[in-house]
Design a protein around this ligand. Structure first.
Ligand code: ADP
Length: 335
């Protein structure tokens, strides 16, 4: 059975349909990311689960209980926002305690609960500081502690890392995952960043224009995109129209093709090869650090090819002629 279950949820603002036909289930202790471009309805869906926005219809259940029309504070749902939403005139301690004062926990002492929540986010020594005396990452950890102190049944995180710089993002992402796993907390994490979604989640729900268009493990989403939209949103897939795909795979192939840049090999020009291959010429070369990204012109069009940067000798100059080869199990036909 799912711990959080959503059926046929829909919401419009006047004529604007924000989301419709939303159906999913999340298991106890699972971390799912809701991934999609800006404006696709992620935040509104999250707010609807928290009870901060009313839905027009459908059902939300937590542990079997219908919470669709419950007030936010009755739902047992904790939420963390991108903008921290801390009280600037309160200390870290008081910000975290505020959550508990709003919703006292029978049989639990306030002081020990706050201490426990601050220890969880490694801020026990910062209790007396004010938000203005903290870094962005530390403020977000206070917001996380405030959401955790009431021991929520579900944790919702709305782009919690978006305002932070890349290094802090990575370490806080790791910390959130560790805490979530330790507490076995059922969590829905909203992001528009595909790397964040792929590295963090047990499963990913990909959303487009108010609908969930694909769900699966990070591996499934990345290697088996169900549509051109998913392929375009995840990674740097090459999308080949049916005519282009035929030139690479032969006349028996009829569909649109999504091809990952790292699924294509560059061999010396004229190489013999069992896999489907085409002659090509390097038109652009970009060093991304551990990867060299080429744009290679061939009969199928201009393709992106990623090659691991093993040594300086691997670097192929613009103008080099090559053979492009695609491993047989790496084709992905998309709708
Ligand atoms: P995302 O989180 O994916 O960026 P949002 O859920 O914030 O998307 O917004 C989805 C759509 O709903 C957008 O077109 C947005 O303009 C619209 N929307 C969100 N909130 C309101 C509101 N209070 N009134 C009218 N339209 C809104």
């Amino acid at each position: 059975m799912f711990h959080l279950e959503v059926n046929q949820l829909h919401k419009s603002y006047g004529e604007t349909r924000v989301f419709e036909g939303i159906e999913f289930g999340i298991r106890k202790g699972e971390l799912v990311t809701l991934l999609g471009p800006s404006g696709c309805g992620k935040s509104t869906l999250l707010r609807a689960l928290a009870g901060l926005t009313q839905v027009d219809g459908g059902q939300i259940r937590v542990a079997g209980e219908d919470i669709t029309w419950q007030a936010p504070q009755q739902r047992g749902i904790g939420m963390v926002f991108q903008s921290y939403a801390l009280f600037p005139n309160m200390t870290v301690w008081d910000n975290v305690a505020f959550g508990l004062k709003m919703k006292p926990q029978p049989g639990r002492e306030l002081a020990s609960s706050v201490q426990e929540a601050l220890a969880l986010v490694e801020l026990a020594d910062f209790a007396k500081r004010y938000p203005s005396e903290l870094s962005g990452g530390q403020r977000q950890r206070v917001a996380l502690a405030r959401a955790l102190v009431v021991r929520p049944r579900i944790l919702l995180l709305d782009e919690p890392l978006s305002a932070l710089d890349a290094r802090i993002r990575r370490s806080l992402r790791q910390q959130i995952r560790e805490i979530q796993q330790r507490l076995e907390l059922t969590t829905l994490f909203v992001t528009h960043d595909q790397e964040e979604a792929l590295t963090l989640s047990d499963r990913v729900f990909l959303m487009d224009k108010g609908r969930i268009v694909q769900s699966g493990s990070p591996e499934q989403i990345y290697t088996q995109p169900a549509s051109a939209f998913v392929a375009g949103f995840i990674g740097h897939y090459n999308l080949l129209a049916p005519e282009q795909a035929k030139s690479l795979l032969g006349p028996r192939f009829h569909g649109q093709l999504a091809l990952r840049p790292e699924a294509i090999s560059l061999l010396p020009a004229g190489s013999e090869c069992q896999d489907p291959n085409l002659p090509g010429i390097i038109r652009q070369q970009q060093l991304l650090g551990n990867v060299i990204r080429y744009r290679v012109e061939c009969e199928a069009g201009l393709l992106t090819v990623d090659v691991l940067n093993r040594s300086a000798r691997d670097l192929l100059a613009v103008g080099t002629t090559v053979t492009l080869a695609v491993a047989r199990d790496q084709f992905c036909e998309v709708a």
